[in-house]
Structures are given as structure tokens and as C-alpha cells.
Design a protein around this ligand. Structure first.
Ligand code: AMP
Ligand code: MG
Length: 488
């Protein structure tokens, strides 16, 4: 394989060099006929990459892992994880690779990662491949999350490989997603390191996590405890943001929870249309473990697994370490509650200093009404924005329990909600399930126009634009119950 000269593109290999115990040097499977399906030009520019170059043969070779920059050392990363509550000591990148880290023009370090790049030593029974539909789905939803201002991994490109991949549904087109993230360190990385025979591995991993994501912690008396606290805060804030936009991640295993606080691994995720605390979309989540309303509790459970992995670093004395971890974990409910109610205040246009208790009751009562009447969650807040401008019709239209709604509206209006602030906090466009399916179906027939149009809507979700009306609509009645599948 000829290498890309460093003058064109340079990647560092810090993770591979610092944590060889968590890395297996590996290379991508050759793609017989790579073809770029979608490329994220604004992100390419942020990374200091030339979109024209990325579109050419060498660039596509880079995006699929077939041409690697000189000096880069791609690796499959090792990690463990609790999947639906059961511990798997060795998961790792079965079909993914960390190509290396790029330093963007702003000086920020970011991982360039591939998904669907072929079998690795972690592949177990899997074929190491990914197919076009789920990779485009990750591209679309992660970019929508970014548009919403929610921390997330990004998607740089999806390329079809030219390979046919067999799945239960039949023969599918293979694809590689090029993903960008501030790191791929996960709770599962720490679980794996904790079990390593050499205790120095865990220490080195924690040092890297501190340096990358919580640099201020390096100066603290107990940097590992500060790291734990920082991750708890970041994840509490993240899950609050998911709930505020109606997002259901769908597979919150500990290997899918980052240390950075970015959303990662868009498999069976979905945005809800009608509000439902128990919303579950994933076909394999039969017990509802990862239901919409369970996400804060699951995050806290995952963070407890993170804390357990960190115990030897928290204090030499085990009892002391457990006490410190328990105390830190106890901060989660408050951190989540504060982030959620701050976000809800913004969504409802309420002054930041409105009393907690009154606002808490207002939120609970509204959500109860939404749940009862299966009201479209995203539309509701824009309708409330109209109500704040004096037009109560649109919001009253969608409730059957009018007396309860009217008394709620009266309480809410006593705060003089600010409609402009509400428009800034409440998206018009989310990647609704029926729209995502429509775009992916067209893409499977080689028509990329619907995907681009949907991307245009969801990349700038707060600004209502003429011509995009159908992207703000609830699903047609015959769309039925939505099911998602783990994106393999
Ligand atoms: P995920 O559900 O995508 O987070 O993946 C869970 C684990 O399964 C990770 O270790 C993946 O690398 C692995 N995996 C998923 N799909 C495949 C596949 N097609 N081939 C090999 N490994 C896979
Ligand atoms: Mg994963």
C-alpha cells in the first residue's frame, strides 16, 4: 500500500503509542470499488482537510482506510462492556479502526475512526462489515445532534465499498463510515484496563483521559476523583439534553458511553414523535431497559461501573475509595436534575430565576398531559411559542383534556414566557423516523437527494424556513409503530 505523504495529511498515533495494551495494530480490509456517498464539507474544513482532495481517489482511499498517511499507525481498540447488564470482558473494535489523531487548525485533537472497515482480532463471530443504510443513518442522526448543540461524535463521510454484505434481510451494499470524535475512550475502556494484569495500564488510561477531557483535574489533589466527577457531570448533562429533545439512544451499554461526554454509536436510536416516557424502538430491547425515561437511571448505573473500574486510583485504602466513589455518584441525580430543569426553563421561555419548585411542578404536569394525550413532543414546544405570542389555538388543538390544559396554560403564562427565547431552545426539525426511513430508502435506490434535503433541515434545526414544512410534520397515521435494529 502506498502511503499518503505527510505534506498532504498527517495523523498522530498517541493512543497507540501510549496505550499499546489497549491497541492492536491493524489495517482496513481492501475495498474493491470504493465510492463516496456523502461527505461533510464543513467538518472537513474544520479539520483542515481539503474536500476536493477527499473526493479524489486518494482521498476516498483515506476515508476507507485503504491509503494511510505516512507515520500513522491504525489500531483496533480494546474495551470491555456491560451489554444489557451482562459483563463481556473483551469486546473491542470488531469492525472498526482508529486511524489516528488529527490536530485541526484550531489546535484541537480529534480521532479519525472507521466503522465497517473489516474484521479485526475482536470480531468474534462478526464479519467486520457495515452496510449502507445504518451508516447513513449514523451520519444523519449524528449531524442532527450536532445541529441541536448536543455533544456528539461527528460523521465525515460514508463510502460504499463495492462489496456485498450478507445480512438477515438479504444481500446489502457494504459501507464504511468515517467518524470524528474528541476521543474513543469509553467506560468500557476503563473496565478493560482495570482487569489488565499490569495496574499501570489503568493509571496511564486515566492520565490520558484527564489530559484530553478534564485537563484542569491534573492539578487537583486527587485527579482520578476529579475525572470521575467530571465524567459524571458531563454524562448527566448529556442525558438531560437527550431527554429535552426526545432522543432515545437505544443501546446504552457501557462500551457505548464515552468519557468525553459525546453521544456515540448511533445504532437503534430514534427521536420520539408522540411523547411517551416508555418509548422503546430497538427490536432487541424487549425489557425496555433503555426506554426514553430510563436513560438517566441507566447512565447512573453505567457511571457506577466506571467508578468501580477507577477504585484503585481513587485511594490506596479500598474502603476510602468506595466512600469517595459513592459520594461522587450521589451527585448524579442533582447534576441531571439541574441540567434538565435549566433546559426545560429555556424550552418554556421561563426566567432563569423562576422558583425551582413551581417550575418543577409545571414541568411534571405538562409532561403528564403530553403522555396522556400522546402529543407530538417537538411540535408542542413550537405551538407553546405561538401561545406565548398570544395565539392559543395551535396548542389547544392537540389536547383532549382542555380544562387541565387551560389551567396549566394559565399557570405558565403567569411567568410571561419569552417567545424568542423559546424559538432558540425548541427545534422545528428533528430527524423524524418516517423521514429517516424515506431518505434511506431513496439512498438504497441511489437517489441521495432526500437525504441531502433532510440533512439541510436538521443541520439548522431551530430556524424555521419556507419550503421545509413537511420536515416539521408529525408522521402520517399509517406510519405505525417504529422499530429499529442494531446497525450491523
Ligand atoms: P455495537 O453494538 O455497534 O456497539 O457493537 C458491539 C460490539 O460488537 C463491538 O465490539 C463491535 O465491534 C462488535 N460488532 C458489531 N457488529 C460487528 C460486525 N459486523 N463484525 C464484527 N464485530 C461487530
Ligand atoms: Mg459500540
Amino acid at each position: 500500500m502506498s502511503r499518503i505523504p505527510q505534506s498532504t495529511l498527517s495523523l498522530q498515533a498517541n493512543f497507540a503509542a501510549d496505550l499499546p495494551e489497549l491497541s492492536i495494530p491493524w489495517q482496513a480490509e481492501e475495498t474493491p470499488e470504493p465510492r463516496l456517498l456523502v461527505i461533510n464539507e464543513p467538518l472537513a474544513a474544520d479539520l483542515g482537510l481539503d474536500p476536493e482532495w477527499l473526493r479524489c481517489q486518494d482521498g476516498v482511499g483515506f476515508l476507507t482506510g485503504n491509503r494511510v498517511p505516512e507515520g500513522a499507525a491504525p489500531v483496533a481498540q480494546a474495551y470491555a462492556g456491560h451489554q444489557f447488564g451482562s459483563y463481556v470482558p473483551r469486546l473491542g473494535d470488531g469492525r472498526a479502526l482508529l486511524l489516528g489523531e488529527i490536530t485541526d487548525p484550531a489546535g484541537q485533537r480529534r480521532d479519525i475512526h472507521l466503522k465497517g472497515s473489516g474484521r479485526t482480532p475482536f470480531a468474534r463471530g462478526g464479519d467486520g462489515r457495515a452496510v449502507v443504510g445504518p451508516m447513513l443513518r449514523e451520519y444523519l442522526v449524528s449531524e442532527a445532534m450536532h445541529g441541536l448543540g448536543i455533544p456528539t461524535t461527528r460523521s465525515l463521510a460514508v463510502a460504499a465499498t463495492g462489496r456485498t454484505v450478507l445480512r438477515e434481510e438479504g444481500a446489502m451494499r457494504g459501507a464504511v463510515l468515517t467518524r470524528v470524535a474528541s476521543s474513543h475512550l469509553r467506560v468500557g475502556s476503563f473496565q478493560y484496563a482495570r482487569n489488565h494484569e499490569d495496574p499501570a495500564v489503568l493509571r496511564r488510561l486515566a492520565d490520558q483521559a484527564v489530559a484530553l477531557h478534564h485537563p484542569a483535574a491534573a492539578q487537583d489533589e486527587n485527579p482520578s476523583l476529579s475525572l470521575l466527577r467530571g465524567v459524571i457531570r458531563a454524562q448527566a448533562g448529556l442525558v438531560a439534553q437527550w431527554l429535552l429533545v426526545g432522543f432515545v439512544h437505544g443501546v446504552m451499554n457501557t462500551d457505548n458511553m464515552t468519557i468525553s461526554g459525546e453521544t456515540i454509536d448511533y445504532g437503534p436510536c430514534a427521536f420520539m414523535d408522540a411523547f411517551d416516557r416508555n418509548a422503546v424502538y430497538s427490536s432487541i430491547d424487549t425489557g425496555g431497559r433503555y426506554a426514553y425515561g430510563n436513560q438517566p437511571a441507566v447512565a447512573q448505573w453505567n457511571l457506577a461501573r466506571f467508578a468501580e473500574a477507577l477504585l484503585p486510583l481513587l485511594d490506596e485504602d479500598e474502603d476510602r475509595a468506595v466512600a469517595l466513589a459513592t459520594e461522587a455518584l450521589g451527585e448524579f441525580p442533582r447534576a441531571f436534575g439541574t441540567a434538565f430543569s435549566t433546559g426545560m426553563r429555556a424550552k418554556l421561555g421561563l426566567p432563569a430565576d423562576s422558583p425551582d419548585e413551581t417550575v418543577g411542578r409545571l414541568i411534571d404536569d405538562l409532561l403528564a398531559l403530553l403522555h396522556q394525550d400522546h402529543v407530538d413532543y417537538t411540535q408542542l414546544f413550537r405551538r407553546l411559542g405561538q401561545a406565548a405570542r398570544g395565539d392559543l389555538g395551535p396548542v389547544r388543538d392537540v389536547f383532549t383534556d382542555r380544562p387541565s390544559l387551560d389551567s396549566w396554560l394559565e399557570r405558565w403564562q403567569s411567568f410571561s414566557p419569552d417567545p424568542e427565547a423559546m424559538d432558540r431552545a425548541n427545534p422545528v426539525y428533528i430527524p423524524r423516523n418516517h423521514l429517516v426511513e424515506e431518505a434511506l430508502e431513496a439512498a438504497s435506490a441511489d437517489d441521495m437527494a432526500p437525504l441531502h434535503r433532510l440533512l439541510e433541515a436538521v443541520s439548522d434545526p431551530f430556524r424555521e424556513r419556507p419550503g421545509l414544512e413537511r420536515y416539521a410534520e408529525a408522521p402520517p397515521e399509517d406510519f405505525g409503530r417504529y422499530r429499529t435494529y442494531c446497525g450491523t
